[in-house]
Write a protein that binds this ligand. Sequence first.
Ligand SMILES: NC(=O)c1ccc[n+]([C@@H]2O[C@H](COP(=O)([O-])OP(=O)(O)OC[C@H]3O[C@@H](n4cnc5c(N)ncnc54)[C@H](O)[C@@H]3O)[C@@H](O)[C@H]2O)c1
Length: 291
Amino acid sequence: MDIQKIGVIGAGQMGNGIAHVMALAGYDVLLNDISQQALDDALSTVRGNMARQAGRGKIGEDEMEAALARISTTLTLADIGKTDLVIEAATERETIKQAIFEDLQPHLLPHTILTSNTSSISITRLASRTDRPERFMGFHFMNPVPVMQLVELIRGIATDEETFSSCKAVVDKLGKTAASAEDFPAFIVNRILMPMINEAVYTLYEGVGNVQSIDQSMKLGANHPMGPLELADFIGLDTCLAIMNVLHDGLADTKYRPCPLLTKYVEAGWLGRKTQRGFYDYRGEMPVPTR
Ligand SMILES: NC(=O)c1ccc[n+]([C@@H]2O[C@H](COP(=O)([O-])OP(=O)(O)OC[C@H]3O[C@@H](n4cnc5c(N)ncnc54)[C@H](O)[C@@H]3O)[C@@H](O)[C@H]2O)c1
C-alpha cells in the first residue's frame, strides 16, 4: 500500500518527534491533540530540533522548510480519519487510547491503517475494539525519535501481512531499523531494559552501591552510554513503574515485582528529569545523586 499522508494523535514528546521524522522523510503529516498549546509547542519544538540538525549540516535549510510545510495541525480528531496511516501517541492510559480509536472509527477511510506507539498496552486488546484488527499494529518509536535508530513493529494476533509490510516500508523510508516483536507485555526493548533498571534500583535499595557507584559501574564495566539510574530519570520513574506493573501483571512472575524504592520515588513525585528530581537532583548546575 502506498502511504502518503500520516495522522499523528498526541503532540507530546513522542508525537512531535514522530511528526519531525515523517515530514523529513517526505510524508504529509497531520498532527492532532486536545490542546492547542500542545500543538503550538510541538511545532516550535520540531522547528527548534530541525534548526539544530541544519546547524550541524545534517539537513539543508531548504529541506527543513519543505519538511515544516508538510506538517499541519488540527484539534478535530475526525480530520485524522482521512489519512493512510494513523500513529496514536497520546497519553499512556488505555481508556484514553480506546476512546480515541472509538471516536475516530466512523471517519476512517476503508484502507487506513491504525497503529499505536504505546510502550506497554496490549495491541491485540486495543485492536479488538476497532472495526479493523487485521489493519492494526504497534508502531513503537524510541525517545528521542529523531535520534534513535530503532522502531519496534508489533503484530497483534490478527494483524495481516500487508499491514506489517506497509509499516515496515515506512520504517525503511525513515532510514530507521525495524525490530519485529510479538504482542506480549512491554514487547522487546522494555521487556529487557526495565527489569535491568528495576534491578539497579534494588541494588541501591539493598545498599550494594550508591547512585554514583551503580551508574559508574554500568558505564565503565558494561560500556553502557548512560547508567541505569540516570536512564530511569530520563525515561521518567512513573513510566518505569507503569511498565514494571504491566510486566508483573501480564506475565505473573515475581521476578518482575517493582522495587519498593522505585514506588517510593514515584509516590514522592520525584519522577526524574521532568520534575527536576529523581535518582539525581537536577535543580542546580550539575546533577547531584539523591542517595
Ligand atoms: N516518553 C517515552 O520515552 C516514550 C517512548 C516510547 C513510547 N512512548 C509512548 O508514547 C505515547 C506518548 O508518550 P509521550 O511521552 O509523548 O507523552 P506526553 O505526555 O509527552 O504527550 C501526550 C500528549 O497526548 C495528548 N492527549 C491526551 N489525550 C488525548 C486525546 N484524547 N486526543 C489527542 N491527544 C491527546 C496530550 O495533550 C499530550 O500532548 C505513550 O503511549 C507512551 O507510552 C513514550
